[in-house]
Design a protein around this ligand. Structure first.
Ligand SMILES: NC(=O)c1ccc[n+]([C@@H]2O[C@H](COP(=O)([O-])OP(=O)(O)OC[C@H]3O[C@@H](n4cnc5c(N)ncnc54)[C@H](O)[C@@H]3O)[C@@H](O)[C@H]2O)c1
Length: 248
């Protein structure tokens, strides 16, 4: 047992759920946050170990629920050794002239403002502890433009900037903040896109030099590394887990 605790925001599905499994397998206590209580509790009950894993419900867009998340976290667990901010949505794909402001704002609210809302609490706790590591989930859409999903791309670019600023603010406390940028990864989010566009899976495979789509576990292992002491001198950076997509 590592004796360490990780909070995974957006841990009830896909990449976040894979992270929960990897941290639990490696002896960490895992706290999952998401909106689906039944699903969250079921995932927690399947995690490895006799550890006090738990689920705390919160919508990252609701500041009151985020306050409650961290109040509950602190009363149940105390220390926060690592946090992975993974909650994200794609939004409704549309080109910019026809995309509604509401759609654009919703994506920014979840992916960016929701992350900021959690990040400020995590940084406060870790500043007081004088230790910890935070990973924010960006995307290949955080480093290149992509037609039709401008809101998502804008949010993911902003996450990389937010991460760098957070890392600089909190480095004197010995706390590290990094982002991870997955390429196409087979999760419910990606499966949804593929089901709407039959040619997409083949096209995505061709766009990634390794010739395939990632498994969520491959992203989760990079997140684990960034949260662990194995990356103790890594902060303010963006780690691409993209099968070579951004090397072209
Ligand atoms: N799947 C990919 O190809 C891919 C590629 C690059 C980046 N990403 C990023 O990885 C992260 C996880 O995505 P995924 O592919 O696992 O998708 P997913 O849809 O399986 O998981 C998204 C998670 O975010 C949670 N979430 C969404 N809105 C929320 C809200 N308002 N409050 C709390 N939780 C909320 C969902 O409940 C879910 O647990 C996202 O930030 C996504 O942008 C995914």
């Amino acid at each position: 047992m590592s004796g360490k605790t990780v909070l995974i925001v957006g841990g009830t599905s896909g990449i976040g759920q894979s992270c929960a499994a990897i941290f639990a397998d490696r002896g960490w206590t895992v706290v999952i946050c998401g909106r689906d209580v039944a699903r969250g509790e079921s995932i927690v009950s399947d995690l490895a170990g006799p550890l006090p894993h738990s689920f705390i419900a919160a919508d990252v867009c609701d500041e009151g629920q985020v306050e409650n998340l961290f109040a509950q976290f602190s009363s149940r667990h105390g220390r926060l050794d690592a946090a992975f901010n993974c909650a994200g949505i794609l939004g409704v794909p549309d080109n910019i002239p026809v995309m509604s402001v509401e759609n654009f704002r919703t994506v920014l609210d979840v992916n960016l403002v929701g992350m900021f809302s959690c990040l400020r609490h995590e940084m406060k706790i870790m500043s007081e502890q004088q230790s910890g590591a935070i990973v924010n989930c960006s995307s290949i859409g955080g480093v290149v433009g992509m037609p039709g999903i401008s809101a998502y791309v804008a949010s993911k670019h902003a996450i990389i900037g937010l991460t760098k600023s957070a890392a600089l603010e909190i480095a004197p406390a010995g706390v590290r903040v990094n982002s991870v940028s997955p390429g196409a990864t087979m999760t419910p989010m990606q499966a949804g896109m593929i089901s709407r566009d039959p040619g997409l899976e083949t096209a995505l495979k061709a766009q990634h030099p390794l010739g395939r789509i990632a498994n969520p576990e491959e992203v989760a292992k990079a997140v684990y590394w960034l949260c662990s002491d194995e990356s103790s001198f890594v902060t303010g950076t963006n780690v691409m887990v993209d099968g070579g997509f951004s090397a072209k």
